[in-house]
Design a protein around this ligand. Sequence first.
Ligand SMILES: [Zn+2]
Ligand SMILES: [Zn+2]
Length: 622
Amino acid sequence: MPENKKSKRTAKRTDAAKEAPKRTRKTAKAASGTPAETSAGKPAAQAGQRAARRDRAAIRAESRSASNGVRVIPLGGIGEVGKNMTLIEYENDIIIIDCGLGFPEDDMPGIDLVIPDLSYLEANRQKIRAVLLTHGHEDHIGAIPYFLRSFNVPVYGTALTIGIIRNKLREHRLAFIPQLITVHAGDKVKAGVFEAEFIHVNHSIPDSCAICVSTPAGRILHTGDFKLDVSPIEGSMMDLTRFGELGRQGIRLMLCESTNAERHGYTPSERSVGGVLETVFDAHADKRIVVATFSSNVHRVMQIINVSVKRGRKVAITGRSMQAVISAAIELGYMTPPPDTIIDVEDMKRYPPGKLTLITTGSQGEPMSALYRMAFADHSQVTLGPSDVVVLSSSAIPGNEKLIDRIINELTHNGIKVINDSVYSGVHASGHACSEEIKLMIQLCRPSFYMPIHGEYRHLAANRDIAAFTGIDPDRIITADIGTVVELKRGRCAVNGTVPSGRIMIDGLGVGDIGKAVLRDRKHLSEDGIVILFASVDLDARLVLTPPEIISKGFVYLPDAEELINLAKETAADELSRAIESGRRRRQDLETIRERVRRSVIKLLNEKTGRNPIVIPFITDL
Ligand SMILES: [Zn+2]
Ligand SMILES: [Zn+2]
């Protein structure tokens, strides 16, 4: 694309964005004045009739407008936990709900993060009107810094969500000032033909929202991550009234998260964790209590601080993200600990163990985290011992179980007591809806079509069963995958084609520059190691100046393998001499010599060890 055209387009979009936040504060009072009637308990047949009536009305409304369909395209978050991203497209407009990252799998050594494949958006960049964010968890916003490198579009989210993004962007230099726009629950945002409404939900991070998008094919509701908390730590219960109203007005398609769909009943209130923590604190009154939790769970951190204050403990904080989130939360007024409560980690030595709480990151067993380093005696400031008790106020994100087990085993081995949800039920409460809460949402929203999102296939299947149980016709439950185009058209909703999708791997600052070949090399290296060989020659004189020296990493333990390495050196030296002398032309080609030496060494090492290390010869002509 020519440069001038590009900048013109960007400029135009910036102007549009200035007008774009035509947010209308919701008329909350009027809204909650309307009695919301739920259809819970009514026969499914009635719900079916209502759905059919709404379908006919929607078809009439649609036939008056264009005949093109509205396309819903998940680019991540289906069949996986992480990298949530969903597009809604109509003719010349695309909006994006969430832009999250995922974590690498076992077969991706050295990869830090993965983000959704954005090539469909690259190809349709002029259509993108806005990114709307449900909440500030990494799996919903983590890809924003990478996304913004290629797309300068307005990003809408609530205060905490936007605050977290601002913090992140400090580490990522962008060529322009990003358009970050703060909204409140109840606000509506116009973007192209769409109008999106943010609706308050409860979740394990404050300021979370569902998003309801009005489209030419009817309303599409995206629940984001949610749970129903009737006694939240701060703020109100999720806006059930609004969901009920929208349900009565008609929701065409509901995208509902599936994380806890396999679990029966209701998720306990966040508040219940406080009481359990008090019991744990009382049972270990003379010990220093080290609590690991998700740094983004501001309400949990608040409760840990509150219990500590009640029990006369000072609170120290370790872990970069924990410190960042707590200071952001205090700045934004989410947290107001009494003065002198928070102390420096260095100052802990001035207090007895029973007067101290240490809040830390690392509840997922992350090997660079503060908890991991403390457990493996590798933390510069804190050493753990039998006067400590470690509380894991968290649950394992699928895939992290082994890492967490490693920490628990190490701590236990060193005589440190570890308390987690399975030892002491209730030290953690999930942020996701269990089956009864999902049923309640479905009954309030009464969607014509339903699509489980956000989860591995087993979670999606459980969510599907829940929807069918509440009376949604199984034909109206959409099974999608990433890249699937789900089209709403003339009252129908069906899968219609696919777009490119997948994952882009991020290693350090590189985005997408790690391909299959690099991963294969890394795997090869991690399995068989590397052998590097140095030598210098004088090709003109046909002389070996420095005989081969060998270093190796990850192949054999050198002191034990002297004999083998000497043999390799001899083999390399012999081959080197032969190669130098064998040329008919006066001067041999250095590249050929390297290759001959490399092969001779590989052959020897393979014969002697059965392994297949990567061999790199550095042979220089002086
Ligand atoms: Zn979340
Ligand atoms: Zn999530």
